[in-house]
Ligand binder design. Structure first.
Ligand code: PEP
Ligand code: MN
Length: 361
């Protein structure tokens, strides 16, 4: 078994308003009683399931706003009560857990900078022993699925059955379209390994910018994840943290109205027959693909034999450069993207080198 999570409670048993997809919204940080209340009231028509707000903020550098601290817990709770929804905040150590529980916070989440650290996660798990509260675990900042599952296991082993994951993207060095790269294959693999684990997507921290919240939200729904966590602030430009990615409640409402929720199953016979036919088609093509790849690898091994006989290095940089360029051009003519071809040929090349290495040594 790839994980040790036991008796995970289904999201529909968490007592939230909606079953699928759920919407968690609210400010990055709780700043003042007025700001969190005004934001909550702005979200009134949006039918959100949970109001979020950060109380203790893990900031990259010191001397920026690090949250209002426990003083803000009742502000968040009051706003949630007025809106009629449960509230959630981030906890990063045992003291945060005790303070949040004492203030009646309904759902806890563990942030990305905490899930990387097994000591911190274990401390939180120990503080939660004997408490029945839902806990959402954000992915660690580095793309490490095992570490993410490990954090979920620690919380679950403390007796928490209402456990879920939040995908907020992964940190990278340098420029990217996203603040945190989504690497969708990782949450998809998490879903495959733990099918009944609720997974919520956080487009705000993935994108870091307002204009990409909607497409990433739509993609999350199309990938059949269980919900969204979106940062919303009554005055985003004046927000004390994550100003660039926060949207007003009105904008969130517009986005929500445009999002298309597709069924994840159907009994439409015509559609299912057509799908079966196309899937048979794919199965056949994949068989051919495997045969072609096997054939290519055989040739790589023959090349390995030739290189060994002539004492030539495996890697010939110029040749590889020409192959990559040529395949990119040829692939572009067939409508295949450069991004896909780069990954595909990098993977083929890796296997080719591995085969030649084993032939030569
Ligand atoms: C947040 O949700 O405001 C937050 C700090 O998130 P993350 O842990 O994903 O950076
Ligand atoms: Mn934030």
């Amino acid at each position: 078994m790839s994980h040790n999570l036991k008796d995970i409670s289904l999201l529909k048993d968490w007592g939230l308003r909606n079953e699928r997809p759920i919407l968690i919204a609210g400010p990055c940080s709780v700043e003042t009683p007025e700001q969190v209340m005004e934001t909550a009231m702005g979200l009134k028509g949006t039918n959100i399931d949970v109001l979020r707000g950060g109380i203790w903020k893990p900031r990259t550098r010191p001397n920026s706003f690090e949250g209002v601290g426990r003083e803000g817990l009742p502000w968040l709770k009051d706003a949630g009560r007025t809106l009629g929804v449960p509230v959630t905040t981030e906890v990063a150590n045992a003291i945060h857990v005790y303070e949040a529980l004492r203030a009646g916070i309904d759902i806890l989440w563990i942030g990305a900078r905490t899930s990387v650290n097994p000591f911190a996660v274990q401390e939180i798990a120990d503080a939660l022993r004997g408490v029945d509260i839902p806990v959402l675990v954000k992915n660690p900042i580095n793309p490490d699925l095992k570490l993410w599952i490990g954090a979920l296991e620690r919380i679950n082993a403390a007796g928490i059955n209402k456990v879920g994951a939040i995908h907020r993207g992964f940190s990278t060095y340098g420029h990217s379209k996203y603040r945190n790269k989504p690497h969708w294959e990782i949450p998809i693999e998490l879903k495959r390994q733990i099918p009944n684990l609720p997974i919520i997507i956080d487009p705000s921290h993935i994108t870091g910018r307002r204009d990409l919240i909607e497409p990433v939200s739509q993609k999350s729904l199309d990938l059949d994840f269980n919900g969204l966590m979106i940062e919303s602030h009554c005055n985003p430009d004046k927000a004390l943290s994550d100003a660039k990615q926060q949207i007003t409640p009105a904008v969130l409402q517009e986005i929500k109205e445009r999002l298309v929720l597709r069924d994840n199953q159907t009994d439409n016979k015509v559609f299912l027959d057509k799908l079966d036919e196309l899937r048979d088609n794919i199965d056949g093509i994949d068989k051919e693909l495997l045969a072609v790849l096997a054939k290519r690898m055989k040739v790589c091994e023959e090349i390995g034999v030739c290189k060994k006989e002539n004492n030539i290095t495996i890697l010939q940089k110029d040749r590889w450069d020409r192959v990559v360029n040529n395949r990119m051009e040829a692939g572009a003519e067939s409508g295949l993207t450069e991004e896909f071809l780069k990954d595909l040929f990098a993977s083929i090349h890796k296997e080719s080198i591995r085969r030649q290495t084993s032939v030569m040594n």
